[in-house]
Write a protein that binds this ligand. Sequence first.
Ligand SMILES: [Zn+2]
Length: 300
Amino acid sequence: MTEKAIDVLNKNKNGFFLMVEGSKIDWAAHANDTIGIISDVLAFDEAFKVALDFAKKDGNTIVIAVTDHGNSGISIGSYDLIGYDSAPFSILSPLKGATKTAEGAMSLLKEDKSNISEVLKAYGINPDGYTPADITSKDRDTYNNAKVNDLITQFKNDPTSSNLIKIMNQKAYIGYTTGGHTGEDVPVYIYAPKKVDKTPLIGVNENTDVAKFIANAMNLDLEKATQKLFVDVTNRTGAKLDGNVLTLNENGKTLVIKANQSIAKLNDKDISLNGEIAVLIDGKFYVPQSALDLLKSTSK
Ligand SMILES: [Zn+2]
């Protein structure tokens, strides 16, 4: 998809801006689905390589990889990893056994739930469980196998996505602090031609600095664009806000605009705002200048 998008956009001789979102990394992290996180990060990495290869060949393109926030507090080595300082990397090998994410594995589940084993296998779990073990054991693997066994039984009784996810996290000692977003600093990766000064994004920065860096590189005036695209009409004479619908009466014309839409009604007839939208934030209603121009006495 990234390759196709670049192919299409690169035909514009004025250049282009493309945002590629690996959005399911976030979904998987919310669910604490380790397999989902890994596979979607790898998919994003492939997309990034496509963009990077293009930029290197093109010589006039900047590529930035950044996330808008952390999520889930994932850690290698969970609370149950007894002797974490001597644990071998092989504790992670169960992760390699999965062929599907939790969402993918659960989609295999038949309505009569007759194929629970197939679902477990797709998620890299041996459906037969493990040799029943002593849950009071101080031996790392014995203790963990006992817990994994219990979780497999739990899943067989109640085959839900969250019960499936718990098994793998127990098995591979993956810990999580939350099912929500997290507040840690996040990295920014930039590839840019030599002539571009990358220093504004080096070190610790505000997230909005990324937008400013991009605007600067593309010669965009964000202040001007804001004035053109978001005119505050909340207290304008003839304006009436009802819920998320704004009505403007001017020069004998009536314009009705709904928030978050790029279609309005001018004297009861649908009219396109050409992709520009009205926005309602904290009780204030903003419309593009182009919408106000429709109300001028000279325009049809
Ligand atoms: Zn999220």
